[in-house]
Each structure stands twice: as structure tokens, then as C-alpha cells.
Ligand binder design. Structure first.
Ligand code: PMP
Length: 397
């Protein structure tokens, strides 16, 4: 039966990574891949993680199964990181399972939605992280897009977004990015979050917040402000979190799915459904990443160190957003790229065309995905002048 299989096209980002790896040009620049890189172009293990791992090695006394919900201490920490001292936590309206990465959280959320309403449509931003679409479709759900990023103004199509979402019926799910929108970097401001939350309450659709970058935008608290306001307003919502970026735990695959329900009785039922979903996919999550995060957040000292290390990553990206503008100006680029400083997180679209992207790759070995999305932390002091100069040449035509 395998002979009937048709090849599946690989994700263009993976193809781009392979091409970059093989490129012999010593000046090559990788702006494709969505991982944080430091000034040396390295994705280092955070010191707080190293210390927590040492602690784990010393204290761990069993490798027995961890349970379907995963590490309960981690779950409680991740709920507090997201919601703070929120009434939804204080009133027992949240149930959480730790998952293999944020991707695992989304996949579990998709199956959970399918059980709650098999006919639900999941609405995603146009554009969104490509995997969102595959993940919800894989669970048999319909996925539709709503207006979000404006390619003309490089801002948000907020009015169109609100008009389109006003048509979404109760029983459907609307996915929003908590912060650091992937791929555009364009986030809702707090006023817009409020309007979105009121709309969700009025129309009765269920928000799903994907928070893959908490702490990478403005700060840990600031990045969850919209989410918390939303939780003030609506009775039910879903949250998918990831520790890949903010703890640098990419390959350990650690994230969480949290379900907020209208009352604690429904939470118990939701929990049983959630755990049944987990059981039927991977039974129980891997423990390592969750225990590292728990050790960090259990300790005041390690938490303080994490906050420092997270701020270094966040500030470096935000500084480079401004540096790009300065370097472009120094190269005599007159087009307006100021939108880059209004966006947050790992990514922005440069808004250049296919030929220009192709020239950057072929003539300068500068790699970005075909949408012109760039991963800002791929830039550093050794390559930013080269990048700005190449951009100036390509923009001249
Ligand atoms: N959501 C968004 C918007 C993302 O960009 C990512 C990572 N690229 C994820 C979820 C999943 O992250 P992970 O599975 O690596 O934790």
C-alpha cells in the first residue's frame, strides 16, 4: 500500500534551511529560521536552564510515568505566568495539561474543539503561522482566515478584522496571537484587545489565544495584558503556550494547553475530555522541559536570572529593529521601513518582492522566506552592514 503514497512537499522554511547550510559563502546570512540567535549567531542554552538541569540531575529519583496532564507544578506555574492573579484561576475555572511544545498544545486544542463542537470553524489571521492551518485541518476542522495584516500600510486591517469577526457565529473558534504575531510582528494594542474581547463576548465565539512568545514583545506582564482582559470578559476560552522561545527550550518540546470554562464544575468535565484527548495521541508528555521550567520558577534566584536572560533576548531584538532603520538610512535607502520599529517579536515582513528576495539569496547569500518575512535576531554586528548594503543595491533595481 505504501507504493500508492504521493510525496508531500516539504515546508519551504526547511528547504531554505538546507540551502543555507550548503551555501559556501562565508558572508551568508540566515534570516529565515524562527529561533533566537545571539550576537555570535548562536542559539545558546540559557544559564538558568543549565542550573535547573543540574538540579534535576541531582534530585531526580525516578523515571516513572508522569501522568496525562504532565507536571502539575509546571502547569500551575504556566497558568500564573499567563493569567497572573486572575479570577479565572482563583475560581478554579482553568485546567491545564503540559504538552510536547506549543505545537502539541495546538494539536490537543484542535482535538478538544472537535469533541466540543465537531462542526466548529477555526478562524485564523491572514496571514498566520502556516502550521496553524495544517494542525486544525488535521483534526478534521474547517479553517478560515480573517483580515489581519495590511500589506499596503504594513499595519493592521483592524476595522476589516472586526467587521469579519462580527459575522462569526457562536460555536466557532477565533485564534488570536497573544503577542509577537508570527509572521508579521504586528500586534493588537490594548485598546484593540478590548474591542476584540467585547466582540467575543457579544457574539459568543470562543477565543483561542496562541502565546508562543510571552516576554519577547514588551515584557512578560505586558505581553499577557490582552489575554488577561479577554479572560475578564468571556466565559470560555483556550490558551496554547510555548516555552520554546522564552526559555530557549526548543528541542525539549515543552508547552501547555489551558482550557478556561464558565464554572469549576465544567472545568472538571473539560479536564476529563482534555486528558482523554492526550491519552489517544501520545498518552503522556515528556517530562524534562517541564521540570526545568518548574525548577526555574520554584526558585526566586533562578527566576530572577531567567528574567534577566529573557530581557537580553527581547532588548537585542528591539534594538536591532531600530538599528535596521539607522543602517538603511546610512546606506541612502529612502523607502519607509519605520514600520519595523512598530512591530514586535522575532519577525517582520520587509515587504520586498519575489525578485528582490531572489537577488538577495543568489547574489548575497541572504536567506529569507518567500513572503519577505525576516527573523530579526539573525542580524548581528558582523552582518548588519552587509545586509543593509545588499538591501540598498537590491532596492535600487
Ligand atoms: N505558535 C506560533 C505562532 C509559533 O510561531 C510557534 C513556533 N514557531 C508555535 C506556536 C509552536 O512552537 P513550538 O511547538 O516550537 O513550541
Amino acid at each position: 500500500m505504501f507504493s500508492h503514497l504521493q510525496p508531500t512537499p516539504i515546508d519551504p522554511i526547511l528547504g531554505l534551511m538546507a540551502a543555507y547550510k550548503e551555501d559556501p559563502n562565508p558572508l551568508k546570512v540566515d534570516l529565515g529560521v524562527g529561533v533566537y540567535k545571539d550576537e555570535q549567531g548562536h542559539t545558546a542554552v540559557l544559564d538558568c536552564v543549565k542550573k535547573a538541569e543540574a538540579l534535576r540531575l541531582k534530585n531526580e529519583d525516578s523515571k516513572t510515568y508522569i501522568g496525562m496532564a504532565g507536571d502539575l507544578s509546571f502547569n500551575s506555574h504556566i497558568e500564573k505566568l499567563a493569567f497572573g492573579q486572575h479570577k479565572v484561576l482563583l475560581s478554579g475555572r482553568v485546567t491545564t495539561a503540559h504538552t510536547p511544545g506549543g505545537t502539541g498544545a495546538l494539536r490537543v486544542a484542535a482535538e478538544f474543539i472537535k469533541k466540543a463542537n465537531p462542526d466548529a470553524t477555526v478562524w485564523v489571521t491572514n496571514p498566520t503561522w502556516a502550521n496553524h492551518i495544517s494542525l486544525f485541518q488535521a483534526a478534521g476542522l474547517t479553517v478560515k482566515e480573517y483580515a489581519y495584516y495590511d500589506w499596503e500600510t504594513k499595519g493592521l486591517k483592524f476595522d476589516a478584522m472586526m467587521t469579519e469577526l462580527a459575522q462569526v457565529p457562536a460555536g466557532d473558534v477565533v485564534l488570536v496571537h497573544a503577542c509577537c504575531h508570527n509572521p508579521s510582528g504586528m500586534d493588537l494594542n490594548f485598546e484593540q484587545w478590548k474591542q476584540f474581547a467585547h466582540l467575543a463576548k457579544d457574539k459568543g465565539f470562543t477565543p483561542l489565544v496562541d502565546m508562543a512568545y510571552q516576554g519577547f514583545g514588551l515584557g512578560l506582564e505586558e505581553d499577557s495584558q490582552g489575554l488577561r482582559y479577554l479572560a475578564d470578559q468571556v466565559d470560555e476560552m483556550l490558551l496554547c503556550s510555548s516555552c520554546s522561545k522564552n526559555f530557549g527550550l526548543y528541542r525539549e518540546r515543552i508547552g501547555a494547553v489551558s482550557i478556561v470554562t464558565a464554572d469549576s464544575k465544567t472545568t472538571d468535565i473539560a479536564k476529563s475530555v482534555l486528558l482523554a484527548v492526550v491519552r489517544s495521541i501520545y498518552s503522556m508528555p515528556p517530562a524534562h522541559g517541564a521540570i526545568i521550567v518548574s525548577h526555574i520558577l520554584d526558585s526566586q534566584e533562578l527566576t530572577a536570572l531567567w528574567h534577566q536572560e529573557l530581557a537580553v533576548m527581547r532588548n537585542r531584538i528591539n534594538d536591532y529593529r531600530q538599528l535596521i532603520i539607522d543602517k538603511f538610512a546610512a546606506e541612502g535607502i529612502t523607502q519607509d521601513f519605520s514600520f519595523i520599529t512598530k512591530q514586535h517579536g522575532m519577525f517582520s515582513f520587509l515587504g520586498i518582492n519575489k525578485e528582490q528576495i531572489e537577488r538577495l539569496r543568489k547574489e548575497f547569500s541572504i536567506y529569507m522566506v518567500g513572503s519577505s518575512r525576516v527573523s530579526i535576531s539573525g542580524l548581528n554586528h558582523s552582518n548588519i552592514d552587509y545586509f543593509a548594503n545588499a538591501m540598498a543595491q537590491v532596492l535600487k533595481g
